[in-house]
Design a protein around this ligand. Structure first.
Ligand code: 6R9
Length: 644
């Protein structure tokens, strides 16, 4: 991204926004004075506990944290029952907009009935507290209903993004030991009915998963093969189940979900989140960062539930806060490029939370498109998933927000569960491109390679100093990897994997990942995972993958491969390998380019120097290659790339 950043440029929130804001500036001091009392107070205030907790944090066995010790709650009760009991059962919980234009809405009372039916069905299928259920669904209300039904039973869900392949689904089912899979026949994408169920059949076809039952939602009505004794239709089971379900209350540390995310090695990690702490911080961020007013706001987070943003800010955050929200199934340009703005106008959305890659796409389509719609209901905008470049920020602010909506640029991760660094919109002026400050109760720092603080003006590594309520509790089945990945670089300090720097005001600017994790359209992908997919293809001898800067998607996957001697170096081969990765991992992982080369740049110890390949992929002069075993390799690579 080439725009020049003016660090001092900032936008003050409108006076009315400040006057009505949920939190004020003194919040930081109160939290700093005693962060544990601060979180205890937030938790008691925001969460309905069936039994109060005693100790706030148990950190006697770091890095394994426990929060709100001895407390008992039910997360689904907090998202549903308590709103109905408080007399808000008639408030719309979900306005669902299908891609073909069909719509459905659920009040809180109706959603409670749906979740109760699903919970009763899962109980009939033998699911109980402590089990895992895999959810492989498109963005339809049943996705959230299924997640909440699991939470209601104290069973953990493992949502697998519907864009992932059968293989990816299979390995996640096996790792999480899931006995039930909830899926759909398919969904609508770019006006076509795409299928989902065949991927489940393929994932289970090896007979090596613990799955006993597949529950299938009918979304498109396309033909589906149902396996006798294993597969059941949602409409023949859930729809017929009782809408009454008395919930139990579980320990604060009862697992809520496992969500797989890419790491620096090939195998995705199952990030584990539990109940009380997660819900506390998610709710606090709804209050402080999104300034949520449940009676009047219409919230729209555009993320898919397959990602953590969809977990925290589609399913749990908005529903636990009791606000009305929008859920949209499809793509932003179906049937026309104004679809999002049309939805905002239709439902009078007040808060929009989206990824920078979407904003950059809209910029390309032109500002005359949003200009055709009434966006005056919006009062706050959010950004998530990757650094937002100042140019996109300004466009978002001016064109979408009509210069009246503060923008909260929220930095967080699957691992952190909820917002960690973000401006408080009623408290401070916002700066295009900066996430600014940790939210109250969170302690972050930017350190140099040795862990010294402060890091120099060019920046350093982002670390988190103190445990936080919604922190991951571990990596499923792999405590050693948990310690190694996040806690081994600096003692008792969480290493996030992001580069960052502070400006003169102390505001934080993100510089992207410092490891081999790429960020494509706000989605995390690992170079190692794509490399192993490529080398698993019989044509490929060696592969190196880099994330190259891309104007729309932030980064794009670019692969360099050495093919077998009898394989033709042709555009067809490159295309075939692209398709292979798409099929193997999922369409989002498909490389934008596959360059066939005769050598890869390696150090004398055999390490691939991806930094040099990144220079090539970003059309830059190749940097220092003096540590290469063979210095002429880069010339050969540049030559092959120029030819292709
Ligand atoms: C929520 C989510 C986490 C990684 C994270 C960082 C990048 C997310 C960002 C941001 C700069 C922001 N990231 N939000 N970078 N500014 N506002 O995206 O989780 O999919 O786990 O990705 O995304 O690099 O480390 P996840």
């Amino acid at each position: 991204m080439t725009d020049n950043t003016v660090e001092t440029e900032s936008f003050a929130p409108p006076e009315e926004f400040v006057a009505a804001a949920n939190v004020k500036a003194d919040e930081y001091d109160r939290a700093d004075a005693d962060y544990l009392s601060f979180w205890a107070e937030q938790s008691r205030d925001l969460v309905d506990w069936k039994e109060d907790f005693g100790e706030v944090l148990d950190w006697t066995n770091p890095p394994f944290a426990k929060w709100f010790i001895g407390g008992k709650l039910n997360v689904a009760y907090n998202c549903l029952d308590r709103h109905v009991l408080a007399g808000n059962g008639d408030r719309v919980a979900i306005n669902f907009e299908g891609e073909p234009g069909d719509s459905r809405s659920f009040t809180y009372a109706e959603l409670l009935a749906e979740v109760s039916k699903a919970a009763n069905t899962l109980t009939d299928l033998g699911i109980k507290a402590g089990d895992r259920v895999a959810i492989y669904l498109p963005m339809i209300p049943e996705a959230m209903i299924s997640m909440l039904a699991c939470a209601r039973l104290g069973a953990a869900h493992s949502v697998v993004f519907g864009g992932f392949s059968a293989d990816a689904l299979r390995s996640r089912i096996i790792d999480a030991d899931a006995r039930v899979v909830i899926t759909a026949d398919g969904s609508y994408r770019r006006t076509k009915a795409t299928s989902l169920k065949p991927a489940v059949d393929e994932a289970l076809s090896h007979g090596d998963t613990p799955v006993e039952t597949v529950l299938v939602v009918r979304r498109t009505g396309q033909d589906v093969e149902m396996v006798e004794g294993r597969d059941q239709w949602w409409h023949e089971t859930v729809d017929k189940a009782s809408p009454e379900h008395e919930c139990e209350f579980f320990d604060s540390e009862n697992p809520l979900f496992v969500l797989y995310t890419s790491g620096t090695t090939g195998k995705p990690k199952g990030i584990l989140h539990t109940s009380g702490g997660y819900l506390t911080q998610v709710l606090y961020s709804m209050k402080a960062v999104f300034d949520i007013k449940p009676e009047s706001d219409v919230f729209w987070c555009t993320a898919d539930v397959g990602w953590v943003t969809g977990h925290s800010y589609v399913t749990y955050g908005p529903l636990a806060a009791g606000v009305t929200q929008i859920v949209y199934e499809g793509t932003p340009d179906t049937p026309h490029q104004g679809r999002w703005w049309e939805i905002i106008e239709k439902y009078k959305a007040t808060i929009l939370y989206a990824a920078p890659t979407a904003i950059r796409t809209f910029m390309k389509w032109g500002e005359e498109i949003p200009a055709k719609y009434d966006l005056s209901s919006l009062r706050l905008l959010g950004s998530v998933g990757e650094p937002i470049n100042p140019e996109a920020w300004r466009w978002y602010h001016r064109v979408v927000g009509g210069e009246r909506c503060p923008i909260v640029d929220t930095w967080w991760q699957t691992e952190t569960g909820a917002h960690m660094i973000a401006p408080l919109p009623g408290v401070m002026s916002t700066k295009p491109g900066s996430s600014q400050r940790p939210i109250p109760g969170i302690s972050v720092d930017v350190v140099d390679d040795e862990g010294n603080s402060p890091a120099g003006p060019e920046g350093g590594l982002l670390v988190i100093r103190q445990p936080w309520p919604s922190m991951l509790r571990g990596i499923w089945n792999d405590p050693e990897r948990f310690k190694e990945t996040y806690w081994s670089r600096f003692e008792n300090t969480y290493f996030a994997g992001d580069g960052a720097r502070r400006d003169e005001d102390g505001d934080i600017w993100f510089l992207g990942r410092v490891d081999d994790v790429m960020n494509v359209s706000g989605h995390r992908l690992s170079t190692a995972e794509i490399e192993s997919s490529l080398v698993a293809h019989p044509y490929v001898a060696e592969a190196a993958v880099v994330g190259a800067a891309d104007d729309t998607s932030g980064q794009a996957v670019v692969a360099f491969v050495i093919v077998g001697h009898d394989v033709e170096d042709s555009p067809e081969t490159s295309e075939l390998l692209r398709q292979h990765v798409g099929k193997d991992i999922g369409p989002i992982a498909k490389p934008k380019k596959v360059h066939i080369v005769s050598e890869l740049p390696k150090t004398r110890s055999g390490k691939i120097m991806r930094r040099l390949l990144k220079d090539v992929a970003e059309h830059r002069k190749v940097g220092d290659s003096s540590t290469l075993a063979d210095a002429s390799v880069m010339d050969q690579i540049e030559e092959s790339v120029a030819k292709s």
